[in-house]
Structures are given as C-alpha cells and as structure tokens.
Design a protein around this ligand. Structure first.
Ligand SMILES: Cc1cc2nc3c(=O)[nH]c(=O)nc-3n(C[C@H](O)[C@H](O)[C@H](O)COP(=O)(O)O)c2cc1C
Length: 341
C-alpha cells in the first residue's frame, strides 16, 4: 500500500496524501506584497496536480522583514483579499493550504529599509546585504506582535495551517545561532535564551489562532561551533511542549562560509529522522527528494510523516498523478487528464 498517497491525520490536520509543496519564493509580488495572477496560476496548478499540502512561500510579517521587494506579505489587511482568493482556488481541488510566516532579518535586501537582527553583524560583504540594526527588547516585542497579527490575518483569510520560518539564516534562525546572536539579554547566551524568541512566537501564535502550526528549522548550520542537530532536538522538544504539530527539517543558510555536505539525494533527511525520534514530534523531510520511491522509503523507515518535493514540483506540477499512475491508482488522477496517463 502506498504510504505517500494515503491520507495523513493528526489532530486538526487532515491531508488527502503526504505530498507537500514546501515554501518557495517566487518574487512575483509588487511592492505592496499582494498576491498576483502569477501566484494564483502557480499554486492552483499544484493544487489541481494533486498536492496534499501547499505551503505558500515566505510571506513577510512586516515590510522590512521581506527578503526582497517582491515578496508576499501579510502585514496589512489590504493583503487579505488576494490570499482569500488563492486559498479558495486551491481548496477547489482539495489541497490544504498553509502559509510560511517570515521575517528576513539581516538577509533582507529590500532597497528602502534597514534590516534588523539579534546582533549588528552583516550576512555578507556583498553590497546588497546591509549592516543590520540590533533589535532592542522593545523592538523584539513589536516583531512578536507582527507575527501574531500576520497569523490572525492568515487565519481570517482561510489558511488551514501556518508555518513559522525559523530556518535558512532569516531573523528567527539568526536568534538561534551562537554565531549570529551575540546578545547579553534574555534572548542571548544560553541555548534556552537563544531559543526563547522562536518558542515565544510559536506559543503566542497558537494562543491567538486555532490552527495547527509547523515550524521550519535549519537542523544544522554547517559551521564549526554553530547551531547543530542536538540544539535542534532541544528546540523541537520546547516547540512540542507549546503545541507545535510538525517540524519541517531543512538545513544551512545562516552563513556565507558554511561547509555544505555533498548535494546528493535525501541529503537532509537524516536530520528529520533524528528529530522525529529524539524529540518525539512529527517531521517533514525536505531536500533533493525527487522520486515516488524515495518518498515511500522515507515514510516506510519512519524518517518523517510528510514528504516535501520542492524543485520537483516546480518542474512537474503533476508529480502526484505520475505517482498514482506508477502505483495503479488511476482513481487519484484528475478525470479530465486521464487520457494522458
Ligand atoms: C525557488 C526557490 C525558492 C525558495 N524559497 C523558500 C522560501 O520561501 N522559504 C523557505 O523556507 N525555503 C525556500 N526554499 C527552499 C525550499 O523550500 C526547499 O527547502 C529546497 O528547495 C530544497 O528542497 P528540494 O531539493 O526539494 O527543492 C526555496 C527554494 C527554491 C528552489
């Protein structure tokens, strides 16, 4: 029996299959951060193609938290309508919808704003990366409130789940790492202090909205004396404690000088397995997973609960139909496309 194509149930999460489209920035919004026709076509194509859970790309909780000037946003009520439309288009094909709530921190390359960070350290000497402003305790409270307000808007728009972006060297990830967080207050120093902001935001979101929450992490930052998988287990345990449903396990992105492992199939999957086992929390595996068999293998050996196919779904929005054909499950293929399979 196919594990990949069978439903997933956990609490309020009900997915028709275990294929996840992970968040992927499309840089197709205008400066107002609103959903465009491109987003409607792009995400609806993957919903029509049978994806169980679509996680909409990094969506900024405040303007200076955008990665680029063309990111999506949920910092203003005027942005709601586009998300509502996007969700209703994708729901029509039975895909569940999540949005990744994001703050770019020091990796923002927006032209008109100064990036913010736990400590005033540039990501890179390249000119697009500016020296970030070190957030004060008061400003940290404001950032937390931006996340909560964006979560409330996402809930109002009709999202089924939320994802908190704490990976890839963006603001929340910067707080986690001892290499980018040099603070001496209650958000810096010990592992517990460095994890505090992510845990407090997750807790505040879960208090404000009644949607399941995924947290995306970089399990290892691939730097000597940096954030590692043991730290991620500790963070995952704390997130489980406040009610987070799933950890979406990525890696890297916090340092220009990171030493990446060889980019081979499933290169990040072992982290998902370790976190699932050691923290006792459901995981999503991601990273160079491209085939049906790989997904089945990861689910079968209890590496993860859900499987994310990123670039594969950019190449092939009908990936799920190919999987259904391969497994003799033609009833899962959109009727109008049956003659093509
Ligand atoms: C075009 C593109 C945009 C991406 N944007 C995001 C993003 O918005 N948020 C995020 O957490 N990861 C982002 N990623 C990383 C993907 O979600 C995923 O982790 C990565 O592509 C590895 O998975 P894959 O090998 O299946 O593509 C992006 C990747 C790509 C290729």
């Amino acid at each position: 029996m196919s594990l990949l194509l069978s439903p997933y149930e956990q609490g309020k999460i009900h997915l028709k299959n275990k294929v996840v489209m992970p968040p992927m920035c499309m840089y197709h919004a205008d400066h107002d951060g609103k959903v465009t026709d491109f987003h409607l076509t792009h995400y609806t194509a993957r919903a029509l193609g049978g994806v169980g859970l679509i996680i909409v790309e990094a969506t900024a909780v405040e303007p200076r938290g955008r990665i680029s000037d063309n990111d999506l946003g949920l910092w203003d009520d005027s942005q709601l309508l586009g998300h509502e439309k996007l969700i209703s288009h994708c729901h029509a094909y039975d895909a569940k919808m999540a949005v990744q709530l994001a703050h770019a921190g020091r990796k923002s390359i927006c032209k008109e704003s100064t990036p913010v960070a736990p400590s005033p350290l540039r990501f890179s000497e390249k000119s697009e990366f500016k020296l970030p402003h070190e957030l004060t305790l008061l400003e940290i409270e404001e950032v937390k409130e931006h996340f909560v307000q964006a979560a409330l808007r996402a809930s109002k728009a009709g999202y089924d789940l939320l994802e908190l972006h704490a990976a890839h060297g963006y603001l929340l990830c910067e707080f986690l790492s001892p290499l980018t967080n040099k603070r001496h207050d209650r958000y810096g120093g010990s592992l517990k202090n460095r994890c505090a902001l992510v845990v407090e935001i997750a807790e505040a979101i879960l208090k404000a909205v009644s949607l399941p929450l995924i947290v995306r992490v970089s399990a290892d930052e691939w730097m000597k004396d940096g954030w590692n998988v043991h730290d991620t287990i500790a963070l995952s345990l704390a997130l489980k404690e406040v009610g987070v449903a799933l950890i979406h396990v990525s890696a890297g992105g916090n340092h220009e000088q990171q030493t990446m492992p060889p980019l081979v199939a499933l290169y990040q999957a072992a982290y998902a397995k370790t976190i699932r086992k050691e923290a006792g929390i459901a995981t999503i595996a991601v990273g160079l997973i491209t085939t049906v068999n790989e997904g089945e293998q990861l689910l079968g050996d209890e590496t993860c609960d859900l499987v994310a196919y990123g670039r594969e779904l950019l190449r092939n929005p009908n990936f799920v139909f190919f999987a259904a054909k391969e497994q003799g499950r033609k009833e899962l293929i959109e009727t109008s496309y049956l003659r093509a399979f």
